[in-house]
Design a protein around this ligand. Sequence first.
Ligand code: SAM
Length: 269
Amino acid sequence: MGDAAQRWRERQAARGIPAAILAAAPADPWVHDPAAFTPPAVPADTPSHRAARALAERSAALSCSGASVLDVGCGGGEAAFGAVGTEPSPVARVVGVDRQADMLAVFAAAAAERRLPHATVHGDWPEAAPRAGRHDVVVCHHVLHNVVDLPPFLAALTAAVRTRGGAGGVVVEMLPEHPMAWLDPLWGRFHDLHRPPSATAEDAVAVLVEELGTTPEVRTWQRDRRLPHDARWVTRRLCLPADREPEVARELAGIPPRRTDAVTLTWSP
Ligand SMILES: C[S@@+](CC[C@H](N)C(=O)[O-])C[C@H]1O[C@@H](n2cnc3c(N)ncnc32)[C@H](O)[C@@H]1O
């Protein structure tokens, strides 16, 4: 394993919650609420969605048939439906992969509502990759910071691209640092837990270059979508009981707000 992959591994491993804190948590701090991931009826016009749509258009033009989009860690499918965009769409089919079955239900319902042929694959990436097949466009939004062993995860994203005439590609969206890094001062305050620096988007790019020989196109931009950050949500993330919420609210007021910049990485095999 090269230096960049090792750095990613160490920084991500250090994001774990110690077993004693987790055992005392009144609610699972990790699990995502699928309702929060219902994709908007009209996708936001973002660099990631535009990049995926452009790849789909290129693939559809070359193959004279609609493009297929694979969404890895799909949640409700905001990334896939962002590539679909407005009609007429170059996307003919979407496939969602997620380790949470309830997310796949939201994804399938959203695809059915849009009358879009679809399939779901329940499982962990990259182990689930053989069941997902190959597609013109592979999108993966806000999943990398869940991953410790990044090289096989990224390699499987690239390998899932169907290279018809070199038209397809991968679009990854992530935050510049771990989505919970802004709460590090509160882990210190409430649990005396002092975390090392977060893995960054630059670290992910370094892994791509080092392990796959791939230099992605990198775009940094501002998201307008409201990110969860209220005291109730943070109390749960910090493994604290609900009656600590007022204290959490006071401490939250004293730390820098959650960052709103996002990074889009695009590459073709
Ligand atoms: C923060 S959510 C993002 C969902 C969606 N991509 C979006 O941007 O709205 C992360 C999703 O990835 C899923 N996930 C995380 N790691 C995964 C893995 N290794 N394999 C499959 N799904 C994963 C989680 O269950 C969750 O639904």
